[in-house]
Design a binder for this molecule. Structure first.
Ligand SMILES: C[S@@+](CC[C@H](N)C(=O)[O-])C[C@H]1O[C@@H](n2cnc3c(N)ncnc32)[C@H](O)[C@@H]1O
Length: 540
């Protein structure tokens, strides 16, 4: 949406405590281009103060009389500036960034009069395509409302924002976000901190991590988008989040999600930057057909594990179902879930994840062991990848030495991938309470999981399936020993026991840790996690 040239949408007015600012003369709908301006003074990025002063004065003197007056009417927050330095002070107070061909900043007659708010209603942007500075409404701006932009580079907590604004722009911010009651302000800061943490996690492993830990990384982006929605800001970070999701989808061969996420990037940028901006044009064509786009060709070689075609978008489903499909959301229950039970290469690295609110469990069958200075185990995961686990516990592995048996399966809670000094990668174990060895092979454990998910978990309608005859019913009886399988009565229990293999797994399931492993809700546990696993409501 382009603004009308004839009737100004805004006017320069006195704003108490802020000098002058731009105020809407009419309701300005979201996405409207409010300003589109060329600079009257531009400066290169890397100049000494002497060069900068000289260049500003030269450009100032070349301005028309009215532009010179308009420039001199701008604020100068550098009180130390003597009269001859005034142009430098005004430049430093009012320049907006220009990211183009070595030019670092510029003075704009109108855009430079915009004040800051941490919950800004407008977005500034240098549009390199049309070589103009643009300002767009991020949400509907009411008549009489001040138009505000965000002066700082990235999202920060209230304290950090206030410190930065005071240091750089010499004012105490009193915007709505900075004036929230303390509890709400802490909540908002918590969201910003969580967004920053998720951003670090997403960026930490680079492109190889978005392939090996694709599902987990997509989850982080999903969480980040939810936080932005809760914060209620039309933040530039949201476009970056969708851009990350586009990359994750495309680097795993998922054309349809890549295209949907790219459309979301385009939507955000169209509102904030306008449809003639370089990125909107570029990502618009990516959204239309990612397979033809250079980004997809760069990413396509990495993995095709999520391979989809463009037409595979679900049709006729509700919004929630569509969003669940888009973000590949699934409840993390059952041993086949690769977020709850990641193979070695999908484990977060030791530098990536430090949150107590996230949990997972690595499963590896013991295929070898060595006792040197400390115990070293060779564990084979669900993808047949063999990994070394080194005991750095007080007992150097002797705590569990008697139960280390080839063919048994070790569970390691919240295991992390580590690169050791000698270049080896593996797992460094410091706390023996996060491991447990189950006396069965990984294959048998997974087969058992499938049976349990089928016969132990209630159906959507609340019924269960009898493990003996398969009948669906409400009133089945639970096996009194393992508490995990359900039967119509004695006859069905006998069938389950003898003909359907319950005999061999019932004993194993008497171990509450093993039972809980199948049902543990990895999403909801807060705090450190150790064996014995905490009891779960959904058990049995
Ligand atoms: C680029 S100028 C903005 C226009 C300026 N108010 C004017 O009168 O020309 C930046 C300066 O405006 C003031 N300012 C901007 N946003 C403000 C805010 N939220 N609260 C107080 N002062 C603000 C500060 O003095 C800041 O250094």
């Amino acid at each position: 949406m382009e603004g009308s040239l004839s009737i100004p949408m805004y006017s320069l007015q006195d704003i108490p405590g802020r000098g002058k600012g731009l105020v809407a003369n009419e309701k300005i709908p979201r996405g409207t281009r409010i300003l589109c301006e060329e600079p009257i003074i531009t400066e290169a990025e890397d100049q000494s103060t002497v060069e900068l002063r000289k260049s500003i004065i030269e450009q100032f003197e070349a301005l028309s009389e009215s532009n010179r007056q308009a420039f001199l009417a701008m604020r100068n927050i550098l009180p130390e500036c003597i009269a001859s330095e005034l142009p430098l002070g005004i430049y430093r107070t009012n320049a907006l960034p220009i990211e183009a061909g070595g030019i670092g900043g510029g003075i704009f007659l109108e855009a430079s009069r915009l004040n800051h708010a941490c919950d800004n209603n407008a977005q500034k942007h240098w549009n390199d395509n049309i070589k103009r500075h643009t300002v767009h409404a991020l949400r509907d701006i009411e008549k009489g409302e001040e138009i505000t932009i965000y002066y700082l580079g990235s999202d920060r907590s209230r304290k950090e924002r206030q410190e930065a604004l005071r240091a750089k722009f010499k004012f105490d911010c009193t915007c709505r976000l900075c004036s929230l009651p303390i509890a709400q302000s802490q909540e908002s800061d918590r969201r910003f901190e969580e967004i920053a943490r998720l951003e670090r996690l997403i960026g930490a492993g680079g492109i190889s991590a978005i392939v090996s830990t694709a599902l987990r990384t997509l989850r982080y982006v999903d969480q980040m988008v939810t936080l932005y929605d809760e914060q209620g800001l039309g933040d530039a970070g949201l476009a970056r989040a969708f851009f990350d999701a586009t990359q994750i989808a495309l680097s795993n061969g998922d054309l349809v999600r890549g295209s949907v996420f790219a459309e979301k990037v385009v939507f955000c940028w169209q509102i904030a930057h306008g449809s003639d901006s370089k990125e909107v044009i570029e990502y618009g064509s990516l959204a239309q057909d990612p397979s033809k786009h250079s980004l997809f060709r760069q990413l396509a070689g990495f993995s095709s594990k999520w391979k989809t075609a463009l037409h595979e978008k679900p049709q006729g489903v509700g919004l929630q179902e569509y969003e669940d499909w888009l973000w590949k959301r699934e409840k993390i229950i059952g041993l086949r879930n690769r977020i709850g039970f990641p193979p070695f290469f999908s484990l977060p690295s030791e530098y990536e994840n430090d949150a107590d609110s996230e949990h997972w469990c690595y499963l590896g069958e013991i295929v070898g062991s060595l006792e040197l200075l400390r115990w070293e185990l060779h564990l084979k995961d669900v993808d047949d990848m063999v990994t070394n686990l080194f005991f750095y516990t007080d007992g150097r592995g002797n705590e569990v030495a008697s139960s280390l048996k080839i063919g048994h399966t070790m569970a390691v809670l919240d295991a992390k991938r580590r690169q050791f000094m000698d270049g080896q990668i593996g797992i460094r174990l410091e706390n023996h309470k996060i491991i447990k060895i189950f006396p069965l092979s990984l294959h048998k454990l997974l087969t058992m999981n499938d049976e349990i998910q089928k016969f132990s978990t209630p159906n959507v309608d609340g019924t269960r399936n009898c493990h003996g005859c398969g009948r669906k019913a409400n009133s089945l009886q639970k096996c009194g020993k393992c508490l995990s399988f359900w039967y119509c009565g004695k006859d069905c229990q006998m069938t389950g026991w003898n003909a359907k293999g319950h005999k061999s797994i019932c004993k194993l399931l008497e171990d509450p840790d093993l039972r809980r492993l199948f049902f543990f809700d990895w999403d909801t546990h807060e705090g450190t996690l150790e064996f014995p696993l905490p009891e779960d409501d959904s058990e049995g």
